[in-house]
Write a protein that binds this ligand. Structure first.
Ligand code: 5AD
Ligand code: SF4
Length: 449
């Protein structure tokens, strides 16, 4: 009987893809996927440390694994990802049934560490290796039928945002060669993938170590690969998101008219305390440049409320920025103090209840904007790539527009990966409904969303 693995993942797309790569390593060692954690010979929790809540979830999951480990002492329990990096050996002190603690840049060492654990030794490795998962070539892709693949182009972050744990957990920036990336993209196109999402903590800082080419060059060259219909990239930093990338987006039909550009705050004073390196005005100017080049771009953002010292007036500046820009999508969070970051020790007098109220206010504003923007699309045609059965109604399909909006619709016989034209019939704040347009009526699609 073959050995089985189970990987659970929290956090960002980079973590999702790292899990695919760890699955690739395990499959190379002869492991198959298990149906549930309790059946597995090795369980890996690929963790996120970005906020305290994400970290707590890991310890809950470890608590749940304790009984399984007692029942099968030979089961290997591993903690990978950013909590492993941040907490190191204290993970084993807190949960002594953990065999393996392995940081994001040490995970390429899984084979030797599994062997060491099997010699009945606990292993903690938080070394920031150069030959990390970034260069592991054979992921087991979880998105096969969606025909969308992640490709990590760089990892690490050289910025020093005062709230952020990522530079600690992921280390300094490191980019792959453009040659290896184009080979991977061509291979994926040959396998039938239609969409590629390039990933990096600061993806705009991508630079080929051999040729010096940057993200805009990579987009241009990947756009030439036959069979690739859509290219995306994340995550962008407003300071590094330059005109040459905007030009490549405008020039290339393959690059989705979609941009995730985290602003974090609408107050220049708070942005300075966050050490973001731009002001409200420069962010607004960047958005203007982007919208002039790609008028129907879908724009999403991240916002932190309740950063230490944020006043009511400064929070209002965030609200006014959101009203002014009218983002299509937003991810918003309450500030969470992370160990060792510059913001950890800042005096913070704002009561927790007030921070929650700010978050609710911001989210209510955004919901209204999203609903209006989605409703404005009713009656228009959009080209969607089918992703999966719809979440609410499995008799329907969910597809994604070039601008990253979800459309639910009926289409008998269609399967994930199909490219279809739908007419938008109604809209909610988070998704659209549509009807399939019969082929003979199909019109040239206009617009991006
Ligand atoms: N507290 C709250 N939110 C955070 N983020 C990053 N660090 C923190 C923190 N300490 C948010 C930022 C980032 C997103 C991925 O998570 O908005 O863009
Ligand atoms: Fe979480 Fe950041 Fe690590 Fe991704 S890089 S898993 S978001 S802490």
């Amino acid at each position: 009987m073959s050995k089985l693995y189970w990987i659970e993942t929290w956090g960002c797309q980079m973590n999702d893809h790292d899990s695919e790569k760890m699955a690739g390593i395990l499959s190379g060692l002869g492991y198959d996927p298990a149906r549930e954690a309790a059946d597995a010979d090795i369980v890996l929790l690929n963790t996120c440390a970005i906020r305290e809540k994400a970290e707590e979830k890991v310890y809950q999951a470890l608590g749940n694994l304790r009984a399984a480990k007692q029942a099968h002492p030979e089961m290997i329990v591993g903690v990978a990802g950013c909590v492993a990096q941040m907490s190191g050996k204290s993970v084993r002190e807190r949960s002594p049934w953990v065999d393996l603690v392995i940081g994001p840049r040490a995970a390429s060492r899984l084979p030797e560490h599994i062997a060491r654990v099997q010699e009945s030794r606990g292993v903690v490795d938080t070394t920031l290796y150069q030959d990390s998962l970034l260069r592991v070539a054979k992921p087991v892709r979880q998105s096969g039928d969606r025909r969308k693949a992640y490709v990590t182009v760089m990892e690490g972050c050289n910025k020093k945002c005062s709230y952020c744990i990522v530079p600690t957990t992921r280390g300094r920036e490191d980019s792959r060669t453009i040659q290896s990336l184009l080979e991977e993209v061509s291979g994926l196109a040959e396998e039938g993938y239609l969409e590629i999402e390039f990933l990096g903590q600061n993806v705009n800082a991508y630079r080929c170590p051999e040729t010096g080419e940057g993200l805009s060059d990579l987009l241009r060259r990947a756009g030439e690969v036959a069979g690739i219909l859509r290219l995306r990239f994340a995550t962008s930093h407003p300071l590094h998101f330059g005109s040459e990338i905007i030009r490549a987006m405008a020039d290339l039909p393959e690059v989705s008219p979609y941009m995730h550009l985290p602003v974090q705050s609408g107050s220049t004073r708070v942005l300075k305390a966050m050490r973001r390196g731009y002001s409200r005005e420069t962010y607004l100017a960047k958005v203007q440049e982007l919208r002039e080049a790609i008028p129907d771009i879908t724009l999403s953002t991240d916002i932190i409320v309740g950063f230490p010292g944020e006043t009511e007036a400064e929070f209002e500046e965030t609200m006014s920025l959101v009203r002014e820009i009218r983002f299509d999508q937003m991810f918003s969070f309450i500030f969470s103090a992370r160990p060792g970051t510059a913001a950890e020790m800042l005096p913070d007098e704002c009561p927790a209840g007030r921070k929650t109220a700010r978050l609710m206010e911001l989210q209510a504003l955004q919901r209204g904007i999203q609903l209006e923007k989605n409703q404005a699309l009713v009656g228009q045609l959009r080209e969607v790539i089918v992703e999966s059965p719809s979440r609410r109604n499995p008799a329907e399909l969910a597809g994604r527009t070039p601008g990253n909006r979800i459309v639910n619709f009926r289409a008998t016989g269609a399967v994930p990966g199909d490219l279809l034209t739908v007419s938008i019939t109604s809209a909610g704040p988070n998704s659209l409904r549509g009807e399939l347009v019969e082929r003979e009526e199909e019109l040239a699609c206009s617009g991006a969303d």
